[in-house]
Design a protein around this ligand. Structure first.
Ligand SMILES: Nc1ncnc2c1ncn2[C@@H]1O[C@H](COP(=O)(O)OP(=O)(O)OP(=O)(O)O)[C@@H](O)[C@H]1O
Length: 260
């Protein structure tokens, strides 16, 4: 199972505003890769270009060597791509289990007509997916909440539900958008362990957008730093944290000079 992601000169423009400019990098199979940068640098927009929520104005996105830029999220799911969002979009009045199952459509056999009439094959597949969803919730410490309504749970648990939903798609490439945002310290430690298991146990390539540098340093093999929509540098998290250009992008040139 691969999960290789390559970006070549990806640019994105809204009207006259250049949101991304010629961003290129490659994520190798089974890497944990970080995408960092100050607020408004373009990280989520870049995720949206990879996941089919935005169509890049120019450039190429390849998953395992196949060009996918401009493809819809449902098509990308068949290429093994899944993602989470900065703000989990859950059906709050549905149960946790039903929310996880929302990620499963791409794996049902047949098409919309077969799903609508619920053939024996559809029913069998749904039963299997339900068992898999329960297993995923169990493995991620959420088994106890499976039949609760989603709005009864905390923000941190919503993130866990969204992760299970993405994992039910059996991705080989997973994009996590700010998974640690709003989590207490103890839950960040759990998240770090979970992402490590995704790599070792499930053989998933992970790309993480995150402001929490502790998490980035603990998890990632490499990072790309974006600033004003362009790639500022690429290297290890430690190299990024000591790079003068990165420090300047985060705190401003004058403050960086004062600190030097
Ligand atoms: N649909 C859109 N239309 C116009 N501008 C947009 C759109 N989406 C993003 N932008 C602009 O693109 C820029 C980058 O935003 P983006 O959310 O990608 O940054 P980010 O690095 O993820 O920021 P943060 O860390 O604060 O989440 C911002 O100036 C934003 O206003």
């Amino acid at each position: 199972m691969a999960g290789e992601l390559t970006l070549q000169d990806v640019s994105l423009q809204f009207g006259g505003i250049k949101v991304l400019q010629d961003v290129s990098f490659a994520v190798e199979p089974n890497q944990i890769f970080g995408l960092v940068g100050p607020n408004g640098a373009g990280k989520t927009s870049l995720f949206n270009c990879i996941s089919g929520h935005y169509r890049p104005t120019a450039g190429t996105v390849l998953i395992d060597g196949t060009e996918v830029q401009g493809a819809r999220p449902a098509t990308l799911a068949r290429h093994g791509l899944a993602r989470t969002f900065q703000h989990p979009a859950l059906q709050l009045h549905e149960t946790v289990l039903e929310n996880v199952l929302l990620g499963a459509h791409a794996r049902l056999p047949g098409g919309a007509l077969e799903w609508a009439v619920r053939t024996p094959r559809t029913r069998r597949a749904e039963k299997e997916l339900r068992a898999e969803a329960l297993d995923l919730l169990e493995r991620n410490g959420l088994g106890w909440a499976a039949h609760l309504q989603a709005d009864e749970l905390s923000h941190g648990l919503h993130k866990g539900i969204e992760l299970c939903r993405a994992l039910l798609m059996k991705p080989k490439l997973l994009l996590l958008d700010e998974p640690a945002a709003g989590l207490p310290h103890s839950e960040v430690e759990t998240l770090i362990a979970t992402v490590r298991r995704l790599r070792t146990d499930d053989d998933i390539t992970v790309v993480i957008v995150e402001h929490h540098m502790g998490l980035i340093a603990a998890l990632t093999d490499r990072v790309v730093v974006l600033d004003h929509g362009a790639k500022l540098m690429e290297g290890t998290a430690a190299e990024a944290q000591s790079d003068a250009r990165v420090i300047e992008a985060y705190i401003g040139k004058d403050a960086a000079d004062d600190a030097a």
